[in-house]
Write a protein that binds this ligand. Structure first.
Ligand code: PLP
Length: 390
């Protein structure tokens, strides 16, 4: 089927919830993506932080294929080896106790909200302004962006939103009914907002002092993207609950909610569940992904290449750039005005980058990226930004 026909069918048969670029993706290879017409693009979107190992990794394919050949979803009515192996890996890496598996970021947050309420027997949760936690009703209530909530009120009750990167504001919002605080260690959809280096440490102290739970949403920051497996590991603290999704299974759907033993044991049989959650295909993909990250030092690579990319971006000097910020391979380039035209030109010249928070060009490339790919990408970007005089 040709590109035009595919776009026509999308308009006809899909609900119009996404603004898509006029581009039909056919396949990928490493940090490159190819469209239906065979045109090659450098991929700095990385499946929105999901394709950690890059595209078309043959060993990954073999691993997942071997599981599909055995069985796809025996369900949680029975035990499964890949599921327990993944839970053990995540419990050990996080230093927490037990996992619950679902299929997406938003579901990992739903589980966290239910668990926090059940454990504390309290109903209020403090979140942060401009945060993004997902689109289902619990996660949407936790989300701090009015724009995506306004058409769907009333929200789930009990959520308040305070300024991000302001620890006293969290403490001030605590009431006797507060169960937990939920936040992203770096706000992603808000435009890669990096808080003070001691923010999480201060929040940990506040949560301990007031005996409330600290829930960290690492759906975007997790799986090595910031240079450590969990972004909270930079702060030398541990949350009570942490959520993962996106990169965990290299693009295969999965969500994980990991909690300390004490908190985790509050969930009793029948209180939460998922038909697909923890299926052996997703778990095999996640086990392979984690092993690959560790074996190939991808966290160190994320750190080094992230620094290199920021340095190269800082060498582009058009007036249109306001600020460049990031940690590891989660990088935002804030522009003075909306850069949609520049992003379109990048696509024309063979570079995929993502726009978030109206003015931020966001880079979430595969963690396997190297200097050669970065040099090529920055060359395209700088020519576009200089061309367009944005
Ligand atoms: N939490 C964070 C921090 C996210 O960035 C996202 C997605 O962008 C989500 C939750 C929701 O994840 P999903 O789209 O897999 O439901």
């Amino acid at each position: 089927m040709n590109t035009e026909k595919i776009i026509e069918l999308e308009h006809e048969y899909l609900m119009h919830t996404y603004s898509r670029s006029d581009l039909v993706i056919e396949y990928g290879n490493g940090c490159y993506i190819f469209d239906k017409n065979g045109k090659k693009y450098i991929d700095l979107v990385g499946g929105l932080a999901t394709c950690i190992l890059g595209h078309g990794n043959k060993e990954f394919t073999e691993a997942v294929k071997s599981q599909i050949e055995k069985i796809t979803n025996p369900t949680n009515l029975y035990y499964s080896e890949e599921q327990v192996l993944l839970a053990e890996r995540l419990a050990k890496i996080s230093g927490l106790g037990k996992c619950f598996f679902s299929n997406s970021g938003t579901e990992s947050i739903e589980a966290a909200i239910k668990l926090a309420r059940k454990h504390t027997k309290k109903t209020q949760i403090i979140s942060t302004k401009n945060s993004f936690h997902g689109r289902t009703f619990g996660s949407l209530a936790a989300t701090g962006k009015n724009k995506i909530k306004s058409q769907f009120r009333p929200m789930l009750q009990g959520f308040s939103h305070v300024e991000y990167n302001n620890a006293p504001a969290i403490e001030k919002a605590i009431t006797p009914k507060t169960a937990a605080v939920i936040l992203e260690p770096i706000q992603g959809e808000a435009g890669v907002i990096i808080p003070h280096k001691d923010y999480l440490k201060w929040l940990r102290e506040i949560c301990d002092k007031h005996e409330i739970l600290m829930v960290l949403d690492e759906v975007q920051t997790g799986c090595g993207r910031t240079g450590k497996f969990f972004a909270f590991q930079h702060s030398k603290i541990k949350p009570d609950i942490v959520t993962l999704a996106k990169g965990l299974a290299n693009g295969i759907p999965i969500g994980a909610t990991i909690a300390s033993d004490d908190v985790a044991k509050s969930f009793e049989k029948g209180e939460h569940g998922s038909t697909f959650g923890g299926n052996p295909v997703s778990c095999k993909a996640a086990n392979f992904t984690i092993d690959f990250i560790l074996k190939n030092n991808l966290m160190a690579n994320a750190s080094a290449q992230g620094k290199y990319l920021i340095r190269k971006l800082n060498n582009i000097k058009p007036d249109s750039i306001k600020e460049i910020r990031g940690k590891g391979l989660m990088i935002g380039m804030e522009m003075k005005s909306n850069p949609s035209t520049a992003i379109k030109s990048c696509i024309e010249k063979g570079l995929l980058a993502n726009l978030t928070a109206d003015k931020v060009i966001r880079f979430l490339p595969p963690l396997i990226i190297n200097k050669e790919v970065i040099d090529k990408a920055v060359k395209v970007l700088s020519s576009v930004l200089e061309d367009k005089k944005l």
